[in-house]
Structure formats: structure tokens, C-alpha cells
Design a protein around this ligand. Structure first.
Ligand code: ZN
Length: 84
């Protein structure tokens, strides 16, 4: 059964339910407030990082810009292995 994200109109909380496709638009009981005014959220398409998706390779200029940002940002937790 697919997982559907639901949003409660009463308390604005998001929750997920395993539902049969036929039941996906049936209002579900909110686990936070018990309300039944819930609506299925349409999933936004996954935002793909173009570098990690392999579409774009980082060039030397990009690498230098990252280094400069890192040097100017105290406490920055740049994880270069993520990009190189
Ligand atoms: Zn609720």
C-alpha cells in the first residue's frame, strides 16, 4: 500500500498514512487532534541537486567560490566530500 501524506485542516499538522489507493481521498483521523478534516497532500516532485544527480560537474571556479564562502563563514560545516 502506498504512503500518503495528509494535512489536518484543524491543527495544520502533517502526518502520513498507509492507504489503499481507493481510500486515498477518504478523510483520515488526525493523530494529533483527532480531527477528521484532513486532506491528502500532492507530493511535490523531488528537488534534485544537479551535481549529485551527475548532470553538472563542479569546475575549479565553483570549488574556489565554495572555499571562499567556507573561509568567511565561521563555524560553517561545509562537507566538501559531498561535492568533490
Ligand atoms: Zn489535527
Amino acid at each position: 500500500m502506498p504512503m500518503y501524506r495528509q494535512k489536518c485542516a484543524t491543527c495544520d499538522e502533517l502526518f502520513e498514512n498507509l492507504l489503499k489507493i481507493a481510500d486515498r481521498d477518504v478523510p483520515q483521523e488526525c493523530p494529533y487532534c483527532g480531527g477528521t478534516d484532513t486532506h491528502r497532500q500532492v507530493e511535490a516532485p523531488m528537488m534534485m541537486d544537479p551535481i549529485r544527480a551527475g548532470v553538472k560537474r563542479p569546475d575549479q571556479g565553483f570549488k574556489e567560490v565554495l572555499h571562499r564562502i567556507h573561509e568567511r563563514t565561521p563555524g560553517s560545516k561545509l562537507n566538501e566530500s559531498q561535492y568533490f
